[in-house]
Write a protein that binds this ligand. Structure first.
Ligand SMILES: Nc1ncnc2c1ncn2[C@@H]1O[C@H](COP(=O)(O)OP(=O)(O)O)[C@@H](O)[C@H]1O
Ligand SMILES: [Mg+2]
Length: 247
């Protein structure tokens, strides 16, 4: 379980998070939604120590990690892997070696064993046939899938997906959704997904949290989201240009 308690974060005069309370239950697929610039990426970066809060506490499985050192966050990042919005692969390495890289870095295994483990992760995203090819041969959707496979290499308990289906073709997007759902259902991996993709949200979310003006405006199931009477929530989920939302 992950708990964000009253997280505040400002950059200079700009207050981005103004007391975010958020609980992520073990094994669930939690979506964090909200307008562009609402602070979704900023929120999750606090979990892995890429940003430090001005106030508030962050607990990982009951342990307060807020004041961890960089060395301690290094360990946290093995348990909580993040797939960044702009996934970066090394162009000079095959897809397989890109995925094998963290295994080589963190585990004392032979190159052959690292590649075998990497192949297992590529299988999870349906990319084994392309393993020996290079990133330049592929579009955003395929590259994103490889970045996801790489995030899974150290068998994390939590995976943060920052806009995994944005800019991805519909078929790859559907595969990514299915894979996140399976990670949760079959391997009890907790998935924290930042997205505005309504099809993903209503397709696979166990729970949805909406950030607005630095706090959590909504927290509930997707059915509750659909039925939520709040005008700002409705404007967002219906993608309406006009409404009460102050963007
Ligand atoms: N390192 C940073 N320095 C200054 N401002 C930042 C930094 N990171 C994010 N911001 C600002 O914080 C706000 C929220 O950003 P972000 O969390 O990336 O939004 P989103 O909800 O789209 O993921 C934006 O206005 C952004 O410009
Ligand atoms: Mg973002």
């Amino acid at each position: 379980m992950i708990e964000f308690k009253g997280i505040k974060k400002a950059f200079g005069p700009k207050v981005v998070l103004d007391g975010v309370d958020l609980v992520v239950q073990t094994g669930e697929v939690l979506f964090i939604i909200g307008a562009s610039g609402a602070g979704k990426s900023v929120t999750v970066k606090h979990l892995i120590g890429l940003l430090r809060p001005d106030a508030g506490r962050i607990l990982l499985d009951g342990v307060d990690i807020t004041d961890y050192t960089e060395a301690q966050y290094f360990e946290v990042r093995k348990r909580c892997a993040m797939v960044f919005q702009n996934s970066t692969l090394f162009d000079s390495m095959t897809l397989l070696d890109n995925v094998a890289l963290p295994i080589r870095k963190h585990r004392k295994v032979s190159l052959k064993e690292a590649r075998r483990l990497a192949m297992e992760k590529l299988a999870l995203v349906g990319m084994t046939a392309e393993a020996e090819r290079y990133p330049a041969d592929f579009g955003d959707g395929m590259r994103k899938k490889v970045a996801i496979a790489r995030a899974l290499t150290l068998d994390p308990d939590y995976v943060i997906f920052d806009e995994p289906t944005t800019g991805v073709d519909p078929i790859s997007a559907a595969m990514i959704d299915k894979m996140m759902r399976r990670l949760s259902d079959e391997q009890n991996v907790t998935c924290i997904v930042i997205s505005h993709d309504l099809r993903s949200i209503f397709g696979i979310a166990d729970r949805v949290v909406m950030l607005y003006k630095g706090t959590t405006l909504f927290d509930g199931t997707r059915e509750e989201l659909r039925a939520c009477p709040n005008g700002i929530v409705q404007q967002f989920i219906n993608g309406e240009p006009e409404g009460p939302m102050d963007v």
